[in-house]
Design a protein around this ligand. Structure first.
Ligand code: PBG
Length: 331
């Protein structure tokens, strides 16, 4: 130790000193709570692989959203579980679709809450893919990019018409942001923002979500449209394209296995960046905590802080309610 001594521990001595020099402040303002809505009344159906998350009927969804908003959480993102599925996912864009009805109810009861509608077809198609499936001449099946764009645009407009503040395309079709922006503008919805799932990877960590949303692909996988987990530079191309097409917020998903991508995006782009702490990341932590293998609250705050530290402005997380409570108590 020379002089002046290079001691770093003196600023770690007390909790208040540590608070004073803390670089990253996780805030309830950063959090978005994902919610699953299904048909029926007064029902909270447990999701086995996602402890403390539920498929909610519209009335129960209102309760949960009220709780979130009262806890300071500014936004929710909605996923629907329709009663009927068909090849073209019509439940995604019907005016009376389950999410459209949920959005209307939220708009009425909680006018200030930011309501985000996920725009994808996989929860609504009987084959479970995110777009229209076509058969190629050689007999193989494929998701048709351009045929899907029109349906995604219809979905976005119907959610905006229902009152969504933000639409969030997650189908990973090329040109989806442009198609949606054009359709919203044509429908006089210029004020509806787009949060693009720009860098969405073909990830094993979506497993529990597919249970929750009842949306696993019936054949094949999503690797011909979602990104290869090995690619980071390509994520920056995806983000640049989405911004060029009119995205207002861009997203990296999942978050934890892709913190380097969040960081690269933060350094390159001066727009709000979202990161999705996905279902598998949530389930891992919950399972370990249930076994007493780690401290749930500490681990949760550490994970969420790491996502913020990497450069995310918004964090979509199933821990949002617990995190809000923990942040309230921590100070
Ligand atoms: C819809 C969609 C998925 C998720 C969000 N939107 C599933 C998928 O692409 O298979 C995953 C969210 C999570 O795992 O928490 N396309």
């Amino acid at each position: 130790m020379g002089f002046p001594s290079n001691r770093l521990r003196r600023l770690r001595r007390t909790p208040v000193l540590r608070r004073l020099v803390r670089e990253t402040a996780l805030s309830v303002d950063d959090l978005v709570l994902p919610l699953f809505v299904r048909e029926g009344a007064t029902e909270r159906r447990a999701i086995l692989s996602m402890p403390d998350c539920f498929q909610l009927s519209v009335d129960e969804l209102l309760r949960e959203a009220e709780r979130a908003f009262a806890a300071g959480i500014p936004a929710v993102i909605l996923f629907g579980i329709p009663d009927r599925k068909d090849p073209r996912g019509s439940g995604a864009y019907e005016a009376t679709g389950i999410v459209q009805r949920a959005v209307r109810a939220l708009r009425k009861e909680l006018p200030e809450l930011v309501v985000i509608g996920d725009v994808c077809l996989c929860e609504y198609t009987d084959h479970g893919h995110c777009g229209v499936v076509v058969e190629r001449r050689d007999g193989t099946k494929d998701v048709d990019n351009d045929a899907t764009l029109e349906l995604l645009a219809k979905t976005a407009v119907s959610l905006a018409d229902a009152g969504a503040d933000v639409v969030a395309p997650s189908a990973m079709m090329d040109g989806q942001v442009r198609a949606i922006r054009a359709a919203l503008d044509a429908a006089r919805r210029a004020d509806t923002a787009i949060m693009a799932y720009s860098a969405k990877y073909a990830s094993a960590f979506y497993g529990p979500f597919r249970d929750a949303a009842e949306s696993p692909p019936r054949f094949g996988d999503r690797r011909s449209y979602q990104m290869d987990p090995a690619n980071a530079r390509e994520a920056l191309r995806e983000i640049a394209l989405d911004l060029d097409e009119g995205a207002d917020i861009v997203m990296v998903k999942p978050a934890l296995a892709y913190l380097d991508v969040v960081r690269l995006a933060r350094e390159r782009f001066d727009v709000p960046i979202a990161a999705y702490n996905v279902s598998g990341e949530y389930a891992m932590l919950k399972a370990a905590a249930a076994n007493g293998w780690l401290d749930e609250r500490q681990a949760m705050l550490e994970v969420l802080t790491s996502i913020k530290r990497a450069g995310a402005d918004l964090i979509l997380t199933y821990h949002a309610l617990d995190a809000a409570a923990a942040l309230r108590e921590r100070r």
